[in-house]
Write a protein that binds this ligand. Structure first.
Ligand SMILES: CC(C)(COP(=O)(O)OP(=O)(O)OC[C@H]1O[C@@H](n2cnc3c(N)ncnc32)[C@H](O)[C@@H]1OP(=O)(O)O)[C@@H](O)C(=O)NCCC(=O)NCCS
Length: 176
C-alpha cells in the first residue's frame, strides 16, 4: 500500500511527542478503555483518561522510540502515528497505538502506517505482529483483517472500585 500522495512516513523525533499526544486525545475518546473507566467510575481516579493515554504514548516513545513511525504532510505537519515494541525472546511484535488526526482520515494513512510498522517488525526479526481493538471499534475491525491480522481471542475487561474515598496523592507513602 503506497503512502497517500502528499504524505510521507518518517521515524519519530523527540519533538513530535506533544503532537502525537494531542492527536491521541483528539481521536481515542470513543475507543479508549481508560475513557470507559472514567465513564463507569466518574471522579474515582486522580487524572482523566486523556492523562493516562498521553502517558501511555510517552511510554511508547521512551521505551522503543525507533518503533514509532510518524506520518507527515507536505508541510511536515504530523498527521498520524503508529507505535510498536519488539521482543527478541518471544519474536512477537506488539503494536500498542495507532492514530490518524481527523483532518487526514480515510486517505489510506492508517493502512500505510500499519504496513510500514509490520515491515519494521519483520526487519527486527519478529515472526508475528499483535494488535488489539475494542469490539465496537468498527474501523479497527475492518482495517486489521484487511492487512492479514487474524482474530485469535476476545478479552473482557473488568474494573472493581476499591474505595469510595476521593483519590489522594500517595507519592512517598510506604503503602504505595
Ligand atoms: C484507525 C485509524 C488510524 C484509521 O486511520 P485512517 O487513515 O482513516 O485509515 P485508512 O484511510 O487507512 O483506512 C483503512 C481502512 O479502515 C477502515 N475505515 C477507515 N475509516 C473508516 C470508517 N469511518 N468507517 C468504517 N471503516 C473505516 C476501512 O476498512 C479502510 O479501508 P478502505 O478505505 O479500503 O475501505 C483512525 O480511524 C483513527 O485514528 N481512529 C481513532 C484511534 C483508533 O481507533 N486507533 C486504533 C485503536 S485499535
Amino acid at each position: 500500500m503506497p503512502v497517500p500522495s502528499g504524505y510521507r512516513i518518517r521515524p519519530f523525533e523527540p519533538g513530535d511527542l506533544p503532537t502525537l499526544q494531542a492527536i491521541t486525545v483528539e481521536t481515542f475518546g470513543p475507543v479508549s478503555i481508560d475513557r470507559a473507566i472514567d465513564d463507569a467510575f466518574p471522579g474515582a481516579l486522580p487524572g482523566s483518561w486523556a492523562d493516562r493515554k498521553t502517558q501511555a504514548i510517552a511510554d511508547d516513545c521512551r521505551i522503543e522510540p525507533e518503533g514509532v513511525l510518524v506520518a507527515v504532510d507536505a508541510e511536515g505537519a504530523v498527521a498520524g502515528y503508529v507505535t510498536s515494541r519488539t521482543n527478541s525472546a518471544t519474536r512477537i511484535g506488539w503494536i500498542p497505538n495507532l492514530a490518524v488526526g481527523q483532518g487526514s482520515r480515510r486517505l489510506g494513512l492508517g493502512r500505510a502506517l500499519l504496513e510500514a510498522c509490520k515491515e519494521r517488525l519483520l526487519t527486527c526479526g519478529m515472526v508475528v505482529a499483535k494488535i488489539e481493538t475494542l469490539e465496537h471499534n468498527e474501523i479497527g475491525r475492518a482495517l486489521y483483517p484487511s492487512l492479514g491480522f487474524v482474530e485469535i481471542a476476545r478479552q473482557v475487561h473488568y474494573i472493581a472500585r476499591l474505595t469510595d474515598e476521593a483519590p489522594q496523592d500517595c507519592e512517598g507513602s510506604e503503602a504505595c
